[in-house]
Design a protein around this ligand. Structure first.
Ligand code: FAD
Length: 307
């Protein structure tokens, strides 16, 4: 059995595995896709000490760092159940295998909810973006839209308004759902337009990049197009925790509820990164949280093995 079994091979899981292995304890890592969300990222310019890198290169660097240590990496394996059995946790994989470990670190990350309209996939990273903290500066002086009028959409629009030329916020419903204070701030900005009751129908482009967005006015049924260079989709971040329902405490949004040491409601199970309640989903944060959960697991192991 493992001392520490990490589930997830993104920045959080890689950091957790390196920290565990450096303690000289038996460490395993299971990942559906080693690298995680960074595999889908182009430029990364906010990982402190690395002024510029690209997602796939960053993922390779994560893997190389993990491979410096004797971590048993099981890539392309999906976990589907976690259960406690005596002194051990049992992790069942989709392949039918079961892994045993004294502690488990959950770092299964999250995925952005997509609009599901034509052009969204084709222009991903070519104008279609999901993270204003990450990609906002790439649109300096350009025209952008934000899709979604909840807190994250309105925050994104306020954030972008300070960088880009113009922001159009598009909300499907007849009103914004964001907190009042955010809505007041939004409406005070001169370079923001809010469109309510509007349904995005297509991302338009010239084959290499986004050139506009088509939407339908839901009241009149009329189609309109907006010429622009960037579209930030802010309609939800979904944690990859469906398989953990009933095993560890999840927030109403499905995030694993974690304490200050990365601990979860199940003693011996820790969690880190985008799959948890930690605010602000970023690589630098996921890496720090992974290290913290790993040290939390190590502290727990010292205590349960005391004579
Ligand atoms: P993830 O990276 O999501 O990794 C999760 C891991 O768990 C993966 O290996 C996955 O395959 C695995 N997994 C999931 N479910 C299971 C399962 N059931 N069994 C086994 N394995 C499983 N952040 C920045 O700081 N800067 C940026 O510039 C930036 N740009 C971004 C651009 C895009 C397009 C996207 C999508 C995100 C971007 N982010 C950026 C956010 C950043 O990628 C995430 O915050 C970070 O990757 C979170 O790390 P994580 O390890 O928690 O999760």
């Amino acid at each position: 059995p493992f001392d520490v079994l990490v589930v997830g091979g993104g920045p959080a899981g890689a950091a957790a595995a390196v920290y565990a292995a450096r303690k000289g304890i038996r460490t395993g890592l299971v990942a559906e896709r080693f690298g995680g969300q960074v595999l889908d990222t182009m430029a990364i310019e906010n990982f402190i000490s690395v002024p510029h890198t690209e997602g796939p290169a960053f993922a390779t660097a994560l893997e190389q760092h993990v491979k410096e240590y004797p971590v048993e990496v099981m890539n392309l394996q999906k976990a589907e159940k976690l259960a406690k059995n005596g002194d051990f946790f049992e992790l069942s994989l989709e392949s039918g295998a079961t892994l045993k470990s004294r502690t488990v670190i959950l770092s299964t990350g999250a995925r952005w909810r997509q609009m599901g309209v034509p052009g969204e996939d084709a222009y991903r990273n070519k104008g279609v973006a999901y993270c204003p903290h990450c990609d906002g500066p790439l649109f300096k002086g350009k025209r952008t839209a934000v899709i979604g009028g909840g807190n994250s959409g309105v925050e994104a629009a306020i954030d972008l308004a300070g960088i880009v030329a113009h922001v159009t916020l598009i909300e499907f419903d007849t009103k914004l759902r964001a907190d009042d204070v955010l809505q007041r701030k939004l409406r005070s900005l001169p370079n923001v337009t809010v469109l309510l009751n509007a349904k995005t129908t297509e991302v338009l482009g010239d084959d290499s990049k986004v050139t506009g967005l088509a939407y339908e006015d839901r009241q009149t049924g009329e189609q309109h197009t907006l010429p622009l260079e960037g579209i930030f989709v802010q309609i939800g971040l979904l944690p990859n925790t469906e398989w953990l329902k009933g095993t560890v405490e999840l927030s109403p949004r499905g995030e694993i509820v974690t304490g200050a040491h990365g601990d979860t409601s199940l003693e011996g199970v820790f969690a880190a990164g985008d799959c948890t309640t930690v605010p602000y989903k970023q690589i630098v944060i996921a890496v720090g949280e992974g290290a913290k959960a790993s040290l939390g697991a190590f502290d727990h192991l010292i205590r349960i093995s005391a004579p």
